[in-house]
Design a protein around this ligand. Structure first.
Ligand code: THU
Length: 154
């Protein structure tokens, strides 16, 4: 989907972009922000956090989801917006949308499953670039089909 945003999706992408501005990513120089919206309208942000041991970077989505969980909201997620791009990109060039990495997809899938057990709708995943209007909306079953999930453990 590109062009017009629904107002709510745009508002959440703007929150993700605010978080993106706080990314600590001196190694990859790729900034990512995430914004999670709960069923009561609360918004929780996260951004990527790198360190000198390159492989141990924390993703924006994982940070936001961990904070949501710490506040008791893991089963109450309505939507997550993700925005990002190279820090040194030419701001006049289009910015490609960022979709969640594999581990973050698994975390979103877990949140969707526990939420569904408590009557929540599917989680809306809104993916955007660092700027501009291009975006795509996904469900976790599209991003992570046939996934391993909590039901496999029973
Ligand atoms: N990153 C995220 O924060 N979320 C994603 O979904 C993709 C990747 C971060 C990790 C690392 O700090 C940088 O982007 C480059 O991979």
């Amino acid at each position: 989907m590109s062009g017009d945003y629904s107002g709510l999706d745009l508002a959440l992408v703007i929150e993700a972009r605010k978080a993106m501005a706080n990314a600590y990513a001196p190694y990859s120089r790729f900034a990512v922000g995430a914004a999670v919206e709960l069923d009561n309208g609360t918004i929780v942000r996260g951004c990527n956090l790198e360190n000198a041991s390159y492989g141990l970077a924390l993703c924006a989505e994982a940070g936001a989801l961990s904070t949501v969980n710490a506040h008791g909201g893991f089963a109450r997620i309505r939507a997550i917006a993700i925005a990002g791009g190279p820090m040194d990109a030419d701001p006049n060039m289009p910015s490609a949308i960022v979709t969640p990495c594999g581990r973050c997809r698994q975390l979103i899938r877990e949140a969707r499953d526990v939420g569904r057990d408590r009557g929540q709708a599917d989680i809306r995943i809104i993916c955007a670039g660092a700027h501009g209007q291009d975006h795509r909306v996904y469900s976790i079953d599209t991003l992570l089909p046939d996934a391993f999930g909590p039901a496999n453990l029973t």
